[in-house]
Design a protein around this ligand. Structure first.
Ligand SMILES: Nc1ncnc2c1ncn2[C@@H]1O[C@H](COP(=O)(O)OP(=O)(O)O)[C@@H](O)[C@H]1O
Ligand SMILES: [Mg+2]
Length: 301
C-alpha cells in the first residue's frame, strides 16, 4: 500500500485531537480504541488510519512498528487473513512521536458487529464457525511452534466478513500481543500511556496483567468474545455463540459465567474511561497541555 507521507505529516502537525473539525486536512473519525483513534482522510479514500500518540521518541515508534510487523506475519502464518496495510512515523515534537497505521478500508456493513444485522441465523452460525475456526487456528499454531505464542482479541468488532465472498479478515492488529520464548514482546508501559498518570499505579497493580493475559487464554478469549455481545446490544446471539464455542472448546462455557464476566469487564472499562476523562480535564484546565487521545462521549454497554 503506497501512501503520501507528506500529507499524513501535514495532517499530524495541524491536528488538535479534541477539535478534529478544525483540521486543515479534512478527516472523519471512524472508531475509538482504548489507545488508537481511527480516522479516514478525505484526500485518501479507501484507507483508514489508526493514530497512536504514545511514543516519546522515534526509536520507540520504530521498535513498536517492528513488533507489529512480526505479529502480523505470525498471525498470517497461523492462517488469519489480514487487511493490506502500511505505516508512517511522524516526529511531532522533541518528546512526542506519533505512529500511524494504515489499512485498506472495509465497508462499515461488513464489520462483525454490523454484519450480523444483515445475516440470517444460518449465516450467523457460519460466521461464528469461521471466527472460532480462525481463533483455534491461532491456538493450533501456538501449540506447534516452540518459541512463539500469539494472543488475539476476538471480539466481533475486530472481524470483517465479506458476505459475497464469504471471506473473513481480522482488523485489530495494532496492539501486537505475543511472546517469544515466553517473554512478552509488547512493553505494557506503552499501553499505560493512554491511562492518566494518577491512575497508572492502580491499573498496573490490579488490571494490566489480567487484561493482557486473557488474550492468550483459550477459555478467556471465548468468554470475552461472547460477553462482548452484551456491549454490542446483541444478547439474543449469546446462546448461538455459546453453542458454537462449546463445539470447539474443551471447557464448557455457560450463560451464567458470561453474565458474571460481563459485569466485571463493564466495571473495569467504565472506570478506565472515567479516569481518562478526568485526565483530559486536568490537561485542559490545570496542566494546560494538549491531550492526545480522543475519547468517546458515552459508550452504551
Ligand atoms: N480497516 C478498517 N476498515 C473499516 N473500519 C475499520 C477498520 N479498522 C478499524 N475499523 C473500525 O474501527 C473499530 C476499531 O478498530 P480496531 O482496529 O479494532 O481498534 P481497537 O484496538 O481500538 O479496538 C473497528 O471495530 C471498526 O469498526
Ligand atoms: Mg477492536
Amino acid at each position: 500500500m503506497k501512501l503520501d507521507k507528506a500529507l499524513v505529516e501535514q495532517f499530524e502537525r495541524g491536528l488538535s485531537p479534541q477539535h478534529l473539525e478544525s483540521s486543515t486536512i479534512k478527516a472523519n473519525l471512524i472508531g475509538f480504541g482504548e489507545i488508537s483513534s481511527i480516522f479516514e482522510l478525505e484526500a485518501v479514500p479507501g484507507v483508514v488510519f489508526k493514530r497512536m500518540p504514545m511514543f516519546s521518541n522515534p526509536q520507540q515508534a520504530h521498535a513498536y512498528l517492528e513488533k507489529y510487523t512480526t505479529y502480523c506475519s505470525l498471525l498470517s502464518e497461523a492462517g488469519v487473513h489480514l487487511p493490506e496495510d502500511s505505516a508512517i512515523i511522524v516526529e511531532r515534537s522533541p518528546d512526542l512521536t506519533v505512529l500511524y497505521f494504515a489499512q485498506q478500508k472495509f465497508h462499515p456493513d461488513s464489520i462483525g458487529n454490523k454484519v450480523v444485522d444483515l445475516l440470517t441465523e444460518k449465516e450467523i452460525r457460519q460466521l461464528a464457525e469461521k471466527i472460532f475456526g480462525a481463533i483455534y487456528g491461532v491456538w493450533a499454531f501456538n501449540k506447534q511452534s516452540k518459541d512463539v505464542e500469539l494472543a488475539i482479541d476476538s471480539q466481533l468488532s475486530n472481524w470483517v466478513f465479506d458476505k459475497q465472498t464469504g471471506s473473513l479478515f481480522y482488523l485489530d492488529t495494532t496492539t501486537p500481543l505475543f511472546k517469544l520464548n515466553g517473554a512478552e514482546q509488547l512493553d505494557p508501559e506503552l499501553l499505560l500511556t493512554s491511562a492518566p498518570s494518577f491512575g497508572r499505579a492502580i491499573i498496573r497493580k490490579f488490571f494490566l496483567q489480567d487484561v493482557m493475559d486473557r488474550y492468550y487464554d483459550e477459555h478467556s478469549v471465548n468468554v470475552d468474545l461472547i460477553a462482548n455481545l452484551y456491549k454490542e446490544q446483541k444478547p439474543a446471539l449469546i446462546p448461538l455463540f455459546i453453542e458454537v464455542a462449546n463445539r470447539f472448546s474443551s471447557r464448557e462455557i455457560t450463560q451464567k459465567e458470561i453474565a458474571a464476566y460481563y459485569r466485571e469487564d463493564k466495571f473495569i472499562w467504565q472506570l478506565f474511561l472515567r479516569l481518562r476523562k478526568t485526565d483530559r480535564w486536568l490537561h485542559e484546565y490545570i496542566y494546560r497541555k494538549q491531550y492526545q487521545f480522543i475519547l468517546p462521549e458515552k459508550i452504551n454497554r
